[in-house]
Design a protein around this ligand. Structure first.
Ligand code: AMP
Ligand code: TRP
Length: 348
């Protein structure tokens, strides 16, 4: 990862490296979130760069959320972050709504971004579907608030899964247009960090669909709260094909389910796909699945146990989030002030 930070072509020379990312507390965490995002968050934290990780509750309400569940899911996400290795002493961990500067900068960006840009977002098209007339205005403006999340900290690097690439391109477009329209070099052009064997973990039931917390079938995903038995059952029942595993990556072409399980194995064991296939090529799934189960349980079960332990003390989680929000505001407030000044607001 720190390679990603060091090898950037440098439109951001004036900005110190700072990492920001967010996850919506709109349901439980999945293995997709863990491999595509959170593991990278931990690596970046350990690399010594300043890191901020946010539970984006304002994004979650772009589709209706039950208020009690939203509060629960926000705490559970915080517990998941910490159980997976994020440390509030090393990273700023907080929930978005406690730092009002996100929404304030989001408004300014609503006035910079163009309707056409928003209308082209595939996540908007997927989520609003044919019923765009009935979707919330917030869902349409979602990427503009996301740009504000990042740029309110002048963040230079954003670790995410593959599905967020388009939103990050839009963040760069917003920064570029703002800088151009006001004749400044104020916002950095953020670099996405999309790396590793599992930037797009697929459903266990359908290798053409992303593993998602909103999939109606619980068998399609591994939740970070699943215990050893559930993890084993879901992998045992995961869809596969009748062939043996190939011995190189080319042999995974046209076999999305096999590719997905191999990618998960590679990511969990910190090996390349090539290395994994060199070892398991020729094996049947009946032999490979138990290996994957052992690996997944040994990595994930301790996290789920730690999450339940942390969830026994919600007041402590809330206290930690409050402190995180204070630290985040200390960075965000002067950047918002400067933005308002650039735009022409009177500040007295
Ligand atoms: P979300 O749960 O949609 O808020 O996503 C939070 C983070 O997890 C984002 O960086 C996503 O790109 C990442 N993510 C979500 N689902 C997956 C998946 N199936 N595979 C890889 N990354 C994912
Ligand atoms: N849109 C992201 C998702 O659904 C969540 C998110 C909101 C985010 N703001 C962000 C991710 C800022 C990275 C940076 O996954």
């Amino acid at each position: 990862m720190s390679d990603a930070v060091q090898t950037q072509s440098n439109p951001n020379a004036a900005f110190k490296p700072r990492v920001f990312s967010g996850i919506q507390p709109s349901g439980g965490l999945t293995l997709g979130n863990y491999l595509g995002a959170i593991r990278r968050f931990v690596e970046m934290q350990e690399s010594g760069i300043e890191t901020l990780y946010c539970m984006v509750d304002l994004h979650a309400i772009t589709v209706w959320q039950d208020p009690e569940k939203l509060r629960h899911n926000t705490r559970e996400l915080a517990a998941g972050f910490m159980a997976a290795g994020l440390d509030p002493k090393k990273s700023i961990l907080f929930n978005q709504s406690q730092v009002p500067e996100h929404a304030q900068l989001g408004w300014v960006f609503n006035c910079v971004a163009r309707m056409g840009w928003m209308g082209r977002m595939t996540q908007w098209k997927d989520k609003a579907g044919k019923n765009a007339e009935q979707a919330s205005l917030g869902l349409f403006a979602y990427p503009s608030l996301m740009a504000a999340d990042i740029l309110i900290y002048h963040a230079t690097h954003v670790p995410v899964g593959e599905d967020q690439k388009q939103h990050l391109e839009l963040t760069r477009d917003i920064a570029t247009k703002f800088n151009h329209d006001y004749g400044v070099d104020f916002f950095p052009i953020t670099e996405p960090v999309i790396e590793g064997a599992a930037t797009r973990v697929m459903s266990l039931r359908d290798g053409s669909k992303k593993m998602s917390k909103s999939d109606p079938s619980d068998m399609s995903r591994i939740n970070m709260t699943d215990g050893a038995e559930d993890i084993a059952k879901k992998i045992r029942k995961a869809k596969t094909d009748p062939e043996a595993l190939p011995s190189d990556a080319k042999g995974l072409e046209g076999r999305p389910e096999a590719r997905n399980l191999v990618n998960i194995y590679a990511a969990l064991s910190n090996q390349s796909v090539e290395k994994v296939l060199a070892d398991v090529g020729g094996k049947q799934f009946s032999e490979f699945k138990p290996m994957l189960i052992d690996l997944a349980v040994s990595e994930l079960a301790p996290i789920s146990t730690e999450m339940s332990r942390l969830m026994n003390d919600p007041a402590e989680i809330d206290r930690m989030l409050g402190l995180g929000a204070q630290n985040a505001r200390a960075i965000a407030a002067p950047i918002l002030e400067k933005t308002y000044e650039i735009v022409g607001m009177i500040r007295s």
